[in-house]
Design a protein. Sequence first.
Length: 135
Amino acid sequence: MENVDEEGAVAAAKYFMGLFEYAYLTGDLDKWEEMSLEGCGFCSNVADAVKKTHRDNHYMVSGAPKWIGKAKVSPVAGGPRWEVRLRAEVSASKVVDQDAKVINEYPKARQKVVLVMEHDATSWRVLSVDIESDG
């Protein structure tokens, strides 16, 4: 993640998507919001959902994504920016209340994730995230 190149963009994208699990489990959005640029709809929607989940005294239990294959990366005009295309297997997850009663469950899935990453001279930031099913 320290490199301002394709490898750094991929590492930052994977790190950011790994924060999804952490944020839902703990309610801690500091690193998520630090990496999210204004205008990233996915980023703000997740932050709002995490806040609501924890305000309702719920949390989500899941596992880290398992990355499949090699990331595809291409430069984006406008500065040190890259589009990072990832494929992942996402573990099954469940939302539970403070008594561990299951509120909602989600099955294991395969997803395609496309992030636009930007380096702002000090750190990696996320411009956008698109997720779709991968079969």
